[in-house]
Design a protein around this ligand. Structure first.
Ligand code: ZN
Length: 199
């Protein structure tokens, strides 16, 4: 199904809305909240390649939705190869949703950005942010590594972008897991600026 962050996020959204809506006194705020959610959905979106010094040459152009890809079946992000210790930058403005140090992603960070998009950074060597920390685009959030299931492989950043509000037009009948593309955006298509241009 859709990612656990997406599920958690939609649950929070629903609980918050329903809490306001069920009492007459706060019902107006409930509608205000919906307006806020919609406004954020249409916020300007600007993203950079999230590894310092990296260009389009640092990943395989076929990286996104590569098949077959082990237990994940399809590769739902891109792998940006860079030496261990290279600074990992926040691709967008945002807020740290969580940091983790377990499972397939190893040391990883989830950042909630404009348009309610989730940005996933995995296999980090070190994490330099904390939960709920607000971030500016380009801010260092950690360093490139090979943790989790990237252990023993060349250091790289696994980067994925998901949306909790499905983009139905991205439904792809031809590829494996094609319907999931309504939740997983192609990170390459989200990059609007190189790191230098954003400074
Ligand atoms: Zn990957």
């Amino acid at each position: 199904m859709i990612t656990s962050s997406t599920q958690r996020f939609l649950r929070y959204l629903w609980i918050f809305f329903f809490d306001l809506f069920k009492r007459k006194k706060t019902r107006k705020q409930a509608y205000g909240f919906i307006v806020f959610v919609i406004l954020v959905l249409f916020m300007p979106y600007s993203a950079i390649i999230p590894v310092k010094g990296a260009t389009t040459k640092n990943w395989n152009p076929k990286s996104f939705w590569f098949y077959p890809w082990g237990h994940s079946i399809t590769h739902k992000g891109i792998d940006i190869f860079s030496p261990k210790g290279t600074p990992v930058l926040s691709s967008t403005h945002g807020i740290v949703f969580y940091t983790a140090n377990s499972g397939k992603g190893g040391k990883s960070i989830m950042i909630l950005g404009p348009r309610w998009r989730f940005h996933y950074y995995a296999h980090l060597d070190s994490i330099k942010v904390f939960q709920l920390q607000p971030l500016k685009r380009g801010q260092t959030i950690g360093t490139v590594g090979a943790t989790g299931n990237a252990k023993g492989k060349p250091p790289h950043l696994h980067f994925a972008v998901t949306t909790p509000f499905p983009h139905l037009h991205l439904w792809d009948q031809k590829s494996v897991h094609g319907w999931k593309k309504i939740f997983y955006l192609d990170p390459v298509k989200t990059f609007t600026k190189s790191y230098d241009e954003s400074l």
